[in-house]
Design a protein around this ligand. Structure first.
Ligand SMILES: Nc1nc2c(ncn2[C@@H]2O[C@H](COP(=O)(O)OP(=O)(O)OP(=O)(O)O)[C@@H](O)[C@H]2O)c(=O)[nH]1
Ligand SMILES: [Mg+2]
Ligand SMILES: [Zn+2]
Length: 350
C-alpha cells in the first residue's frame, strides 16, 4: 500500500532516526521506509512518495530489510545509507549454511502467533520470546483458533506463566471483535511484526486487523495442522488506526543467532539461581553448593525448563560464534582431552 507524501510520523519516523542525519544530509536527502522486499527491488515510501528501488550491488550492500529506513538522494533517488535500527529480528537461515536472514527492522511489538492445537509448544514460545527480549521489543502472544479448541484458557494460562506480565490473547483470528485487545499495539506510527509457524493464522490476523484481504491465506492440511507456507514475501501493511503490520512467512524452525541476552532474560529465574551456585563455573551436576540442583530437588524449578534453557543457550552460542571461534574451541577441547589422557597415564605409571 502506498500513500504519496505519507507523513513521516505516520510511517514510524521518530527522533531516534532524525538525530542520525547530519546537516549536509538534511539538505540533499530524504528518508524512506522499506515497505516491501522483493528479489530484485525494494518498495519504499517517504516524503518523496512511494517508489521502487532496484537492488543493485550497492543497494544489496546496505543490507536493508522490511521496516528499515534508507536515505535517498533527492536528485536521483539513489540510496546513500541505511539508518541505525531501533530493533532488528534475525535468524539463522534454513539449511546448512551459516547465513543470517533478516526478518524485520524497527518494529515496536512482536506478535508471537501460535494456534491452540498441535502447534502450541512451550519451547517454541520461549524461542520467540528470546528473540523479542534480545531486540528489546514488546512480545505479545496471540493464540489463534480458540474457536476450534475446547479449552483455550488452558493454553492461555500455560503461555502466561512463561514471563511475569506477559500479554496473551486467545482469539478467533477471523473475528475483528475478538482482536480488539490487540489494537492497543497498533496505534499511529507503531510497527508490529507477526511471527510463527506456517498455517497458524498470521495472514488471517493481518487481514482481519487491516480490514482487507490483502494477504492470501490457506487452509492447513487436514492431516498435520502444519499449513502450507502460503506467505512468501515480507511487507508492511497499513492498519486503520495508523500503525503497520509486518506479515512474515511461516518458519519451520527458528534458529536463534546473537540472542544470548534475550535467552537470559526469558530464563531469568534459571540465571538468578545459577548466580547463587557456590562455583561461578558450576555445571549444575554434582558440584557442592549448586543452587540449581537444590531448586529442582525442592520442586521450585522444573528440570524440563532447565533442559530447554540449556538447549537454547547452546544452540544460540553455536549459531553465533564464527567458524574461527568454533575451531579454537574444539582445539582447546582437543588439548584438554590430551592433557587429561596424559595425566591419567602418568598417574597409572604408564
Ligand atoms: N477456525 C479458525 N481458523 C483460522 C484461524 N486463524 C487462521 N485460520 C485458518 O487457518 C488457515 C491458515 O491461515 P493463514 O493465515 O494462511 O496462516 P499463516 O500463518 O499466514 O501461514 P503461512 O503464510 O504459511 O506462514 C486458513 O485457512 C485460515 O482461515 C482461527 O482463529 N480460527
Ligand atoms: Mg501467511
Ligand atoms: Zn549449579
Amino acid at each position: 500500500m502506498h500513500l504519496a507524501k505519507q507523513g513521516l510520523d505516520d510511517l514510524g519516523w521518530s527522533p531516534f532516526f532524525q538525530s542520525q542525519l547530519d546537516v549536509a544530509e538534511l539538505g540533499t536527502c530524504d528518508p524512506a521506509r522499506v515497505m516491501a522486499v522483493h528479489r530484485g527491488a525494494l518498495e519504499v515510501d517517504g516524503p518523496a512518495g512511494a517508489m521502487t528501488v532496484a537492488v543493485t550491488a550497492g543497494v544489496r550492500g546496505l543490507g536493508a530489510t522490511v521496516g528499515d529506513w534508507l536515505l535517498l538522494h533527492r536528485t536521483d533517488g539513489r540510496p546513500t545509507r541505511l539508518l541505525d535500527r531501533k530493533s532488528l529480528f534475525k535468524r539463522r537461515a534454513a539449511g546448512t549454511g551459516r547465513d543470517v536472514q533478516l526478518i524485520a527492522a524497527n518494529t515496536d511489538t512482536l506478535f508471537i502467533v501460535s494456534s491452540c492445537n498441535q502447534d502450541f509448544n512451550i519451547a517454541r514460545l520461549e524461542r520467540y520470546l528470546a528473540l523479542a527480549r534480545e531486540a528489546e521489543v514488546m512480545p505479545v502472544v496471540v493464540l489463534t483458533k480458540a474457536d476450534d479448541c475446547d479449552a483455550p484458557h488452558d493454553y492461555r494460562r500455560q503461555a502466561e506463566r512463561l514471563m511475569p506480565g506477559l500479554m496473551v490473547e486467545a482469539v478467533d483470528a477471523r473475528d475483528a471483535t475478538e482482536l480488539r485487545g490487540l489494537t492497543a499495539w497498533c496505534g499511529p506510527g507503531q510497527t508490529v511484526a507477526l511471527v510463527g509457524s506456517s498455517g497458524v493464522g498470521k495472514s488471517t490476523l493481518v487481514n482481519t486487523l487491516t480490514g482487507t484481504t490483502a494477504q492470501s491465506t490457506a487452509a492447513a492440511r487436514a492431516d498435520d495442522d502444519r499449513g502450507r507456507h502460503t506467505t512468501t514475501g515480507r511487507a508492511l501493511f497499513r492498519l486503520p488506526a495508523g500503525g503497520w503490520l509486518v506479515d512474515t512467512p511461516g518458519m519451520r524452525a527458528l534458529q536463534l543467532v546473537d540472542v544470548e541476552d534475550g535467552i537470559d532474560a526469558v530464563f531469568d529465574d534459571v540465571t538468578a539461581l545459577a548466580a547463587q551456585c557456590r562455583f561461578s563455573d558450576c555445571q549444575h551436576g554434582d558440584e557442592p553448593g549448586c543452587a540449581i540442583r537444590a531448586a529442582i530437588d525442592a520442586g521450585a524449578l522444573s528440570p524440563h525448563r532447565l533442559q530447554r534453557y540449556r538447549k537454547l543457550a547452546n544452540e544460540a552460542r553455536y549459531n553465533s560464534e564464527s567458524l574461527a571461534e568454533r575451531r579454537a574451541r574444539y582445539r582447546d577441547f582437543g588439548r584438554m582431552v590430551s592433557r587429561v589422557v596424559r595425566d591419567k597415564q602418568r598417574l597409572r605409571g604408564e
